[in-house]
Design a protein around this ligand. Sequence first.
Ligand SMILES: [Zn+2]
Length: 193
Amino acid sequence: MQRRSRRLLAVISAVAAVAFAAPAAVAAPQEAASESELAATRPAFRMPFECGQRWLGSNWNGHSPGHSIDWNHYAADGSTDDYGRRVFASAGGKVIASYYSTSTGYGNTVVVGHGNGWQTRYAHLKTRAVQRGDSVNRGQKLGRVGKSSALYNLSPHLHYEQIHNGQVVVSVIQGVRWYDYLKRYQTSKNRCG
Ligand SMILES: [Zn+2]
């Protein structure tokens, strides 16, 4: 989601809520898995795009949820040409959700489960090509890049998350660790045969 101001407001609200809450009302933070624990089970995720396509990814400061990556594709003249490009599964698994969210900013969303607590989320899609319960192979089409969102007026991009045990984690894609707030180009090795 590319709306910084709303995120800042949300942060300020959250800080205020914590400040005024009684200590007993503050939930204990969940202990996150260590990087070595994550590395032991993380699937070999590929970029969710066609082989050879070069996309600019960014998990910008203030992005919600943290660690998410927004992907954009640019034409030779520098204009964006993401809209309608095909989105493919980063790894094989089972579709655990395919829906249009009216309560979050995700819009058309697909979530794929990969086992061992791992999931990937693909949001703001123009179209969805899979349904809950479908089995998908790595590189199988999930939908097309869009700008759908019930809450935000977006420019087209793919919002992408790697999730472990329900928490969005720092993505690792084709060996690249997408630490906060990395912004860089990466070329897809998905569907390269
Ligand atoms: Zn986003």
